[in-house]
Design a protein around this ligand. Structure first.
Ligand SMILES: NC(=O)c1ccc[n+]([C@@H]2O[C@H](COP(=O)([O-])OP(=O)(O)OC[C@H]3O[C@@H](n4cnc5c(N)ncnc54)[C@H](OP(=O)(O)O)[C@@H]3O)[C@@H](O)[C@H]2O)c1
Length: 336
């Protein structure tokens, strides 16, 4: 009979916690060096959650990275651990222009992200909110528009999961971020405020806060300029968390590699709008990007793959056929 200590990660299958430890170890490897040699990751045989670097030919290898810095899984895993890797591993791989940018919106079934007073607590359920913390933990930087800071005063930390806080980035062309915003005071992670080049600079001497100035055209900054400014400062894995205007800008300027839309079974009436796309005249012209689907508690998340899609113009992209009932969807329910 197999003893408790012999029950290894491989023999009993990978738990969700172990899959998350693998993802964090994979993130640390890509972030530690520019030139990665192919290697693998396996689970330590004795301590749960311990991750070891191994040869890609090792039979215990669970994840491997190639010369192009692309991670892939080596073996099929229990379904919830596999769902975790399927959803999060692509974030660690280089996307367009060597950065990876993922947008997320949590919306009601009538496409609202908050009530008309700006109340967004909460549109989606606790599973989706934990997913946001996972995305932050894998990101170098998380971006929000200033209206989200005004409405929500968010912390944008990873307090619900194991993992480092990302840099918090606020798009604030007219310097209207409230001076008492938590992100300007809490020091849990750096905060970068992106302003218009003619904006009032203020005289902050807080080393936790960096102000970056970008040129505006008709009051707007180009999202490519935003991403280049972040890349110059070493942030290339970017999570765009909202609100609707900011994610829409990233979408229509073709800056997103993936767009995650979580729909919650709730109706809000007239509120704050979710993402906006260019108008089309016929359904033939509508954008149908390939996607994968996940269930998060009562919510459903579409993970749209936009890497080969031009979202600035409409047009049909191939649709991955997905013939599953809700019960069959990979469930990201037992997140840690
Ligand atoms: N359910 C969710 O997933 C979710 C997520 C986040 C937030 N929210 C909610 O959404 C609401 C806010 O969303 P929102 O769509 O109204 O606003 P938002 O995206 O949070 O912020 C929009 C503002 O950010 C600045 N901005 C964004 N892109 C810019 C660009 N390319 N160039 C220059 N400035 C840019 C502009 O500031 P200026 O106006 O100063 O020009 C713009 O008006 C809040 O009620 C919040 O609670 C919901």
């Amino acid at each position: 009979m197999e003893s408790e200590s012999q029950t290894t990660a491989q023999s009993r299958g990978l738990t969700v916690n172990e899959a998350w430890s693998l993802l964090l170890a994979a993130r640390d490897i890509v972030d530690s060096t520019q030139k990665v040699s192919p290697c693998g990751l396996s689970h330590g045989q004795e301590v749960e959650g311990q991750v070891a670097v191994c040869d890609i030919t090792d039979s215990a290898c669970l994840l491997r990275i190639d010369n192009e810095r692309v991670w892939s899984d080596c073996t099929s895993l229990p379904s919830d651990a596999q769902a975790l890797l399927d959803l999060y591993l692509p974030f660690l791989n280089p996307g367009k222009n060597n950065s990876t940018v993922i947008g997320h919106i949590g919306q009601s079934l009538d496409a609202q992200i908050a009530t008309h007073t700006g109340d967004a607590f909460f549109v989606t359920g606790p599973e989706n909110r934990k997913h946001l913390h996972c995305m932050r933990a894998l990101a170098h930087a998380v971006i929000v528009g200033v209206e989200t800071v005004v409405a929500d005063n968010p912390q944008l930390t990873t307090r619900d999961v194991v993992g480092e806080h990302p840099v918090r980035v606020v798009l604030d062309p007219s310097s209207r971020m409230p001076e008492d915003a938590g992100m300007l005071r809490d020091k849990s992670a750096p905060t970068w405020v992106i302003q218009g080049s003619d904006a009032e600079q203020g005289d902050s001497v807080d080393e936790n806060i960096t102000r970056i100035c970008l040129p505006l055209k008709n009051g707007r900054m180009q999202m490519r300029d935003v991403l280049s400014a972040l890349a110059e400062k070493g942030a290339s894995r970017i999570f765009v968390e909202g609100g609707g205007l900011t994610v829409s800008g990233m979408l229509t300027e073709n800056c997103l590699d993936y767009f995650q839309l979580a729909a919650a079974p709730v109706f809000v009436g007239t509120g704050r709008s979710s993402v906006r796309f260019p108008t089309v005249m016929s359904m033939n012209e509508a954008l149908r990007p390939p996607y994968s689907l996940y269930r998060m508690g009562a919510d459903v998340l579409w993970n749209f793959d936009l890497r080969d899609v031009d979202a600035s113009e409409s047009g049909i992209a191939s649709r991955k056929s997905f013939d599953a009932s809700l019960d069959d969807l990979p469930a990201i329910e037992r997140l840690f």
